[in-house]
Design a protein around this ligand. Structure first.
Ligand code: SAH
Ligand code: SF4
Length: 384
């Protein structure tokens, strides 16, 4: 049998967008270039928003040509950008393999929080979550994760060429929360690389207090997190006891509450700043976990843990029978915790008109064309 002659495929270009500083330095070493070149390029990408090597004027022409041949800077493609009347902005982004994800920006006074996705879908199947209902599709690459921040910052004019002088753009994205689609700790390495770029002075330079990883409790991964980063931590608790949490957050059967809270506490104890607290997220659902006895039980459970509690009224979506909590039950629940001395905030629903609320993110374009259509119709009404 004659041997099949296969022409060598052209080497795939390296996408520099998602490379941490260390990985970029390694890549430049393969080109025979020094570390400071990598730093220059990180700044061009993440501080100036440049995705074309020919604009990187402090690099020599031969180096620019070499980079153009070997590398690229490729963010997800923006399929839609929707603006809500309340200032919330949502992007539907195409990522590789025909998938789409969603990213949401929520302004609040001086703060602007970007809610970033880490996976297409989610395997953990929490019973109240639209992302979970769509099942797991794949992990996002580090470029697709940091690309969400890059796109948002660019859309607000936050990334500027040095030739425009001092960057005077008002900082719109001040905070990032890994609370979009997916479970960040199940995409550990890519999420860590992306978060470290968010913190990196030569990139976005956000303080570690302003970058938050939210997890439903993948304990072994959480145990490793403090080795590689020191971002803020949010735990999606949603129930004060294992029996109830088993029903809402199935991964609880593997890693129950006591184990999870221990791990979370170990994480913040390793942080240099001992004033840091764990944010406890509690999606409050009518007649499921909104009873005063749940609030009492939660207070007892968290009595010795340094926490602030964030109550998230359940946002209904098509495939769920759960209902939004009543205002009375919500106020009562909050008051019980306040009376016990906890800091308790209630997350107000934003971006209602563009379906941008927590737990409603489900941006697959393939099987949700009708939904995408509806977004488009609304977008025209809101923007146009
Ligand atoms: N997988 C991670 C991060 C993404 S979910 C986690 O579970 O923490 C981000 C937050 O949205 C979680 O606190 C989650 O419980 C909440 N959430 C999911 N579905 C929701 C819904 N329908 N209404 C309100 N909050 C929801
Ligand atoms: Fe996954 Fe978080 Fe949704 Fe649970 S709440 S299914 S962990 S995205």
């Amino acid at each position: 049998m004659g041997e099949l002659q296969v022409k060598p495929a052209q080497a795939e270009k390296v996408n520099l967008l998602g490379l941490s500083i260390d990985k970029l330095v390694d890549f430049f070493a393969t080109l025979g270039e020094k570390r400071f070149r990598a730093i220059q390029v990180v700044k061009w990408i993440h501080q100036s928003g440049v995705d074309d090597f020919s604009q990187m004027t402090n690099l020599s022409k031969p180096l620019r040509a070499k980079l153009t041949a070997r590398a690229e800077i490729r963010a997800p493609k923006v399929l839609q950008q929707l603006d809500s009347v309340d200032g919330t902005r949502k992007w539907l982004l195409a990522v590789a393999a025909g998938n789409a994800i969603e990213t949401v920006y929520i302004p609040d006074g001086n703060r602007g929080t970007l809610c970033v996705s880490s996976q297409v879908g989610c395997a953990l199947d929490c019973s109240f979550c639209a992302t979970g209902k769509q099942g797991f599709n794949r992990d996002l690459t580090a470029a697709e994760i940091i690309g969400q921040v890059w796109i948002a910052c660019k859309s607000f004019g936050q990334l500027q060429l040095p030739t425009t002088g001092k960057n005077t753009a008002a900082r719109k994205v001040t905070n990032v929360v890994m609370m979009g689609m997916g479970e960040p700790l199940l995409n550990f390495d890519n999420v860590v690389d992306a978060m470290n770029l968010m913190l990196e002075d030569n990139a976005y330079g956000l303080s570690k207090r302003r970058v938050t990883l939210s997890t439903s409790g993948v304990v072994p991964a959480l145990d490793r997190l403090a080795d590689v980063t020191d971002v803020s931590l949010a735990i999606s608790l949603h129930a004060p006891n294992d029996q109830l949490r088993d029903q809402l957050v199935p991964i609880n059967k593997k890693y129950p509450i006591a184990m999870l809270l221990d791990s979370a506490q170990r994480y913040i104890e390793r942080m240099p700043d001992n004033r840091r607290k764990i944010t406890i997220e509690y999606t409050i659902i009518r007649e499921v976990n909104d009873h005063p006895k749940h609030a009492e039980e939660l207070a007892t459970l968290l009595a010795t843990v340094p926490v602030k509690i964030n109550l998230i009224p359940f946002n209904p979506f098509e495939l769920s029978d759960y209902q939004r909590v009543s205002n009375n039950a919500l106020r009562r629940f909050q008051q019980i915790l306040l009376d016990k001395g906890f800091t308790v905030t209630v997350r107000t629903t934003r971006g209602d008109d563009i379906a941008a609320a927590c737990g409603q993110l489900a941006g697959s374009v393939n099987d949700r064309t009708r939904r995408a259509e509806r977004y488009r119709e609304r977008a025209v009404r809101i923007v146009g």
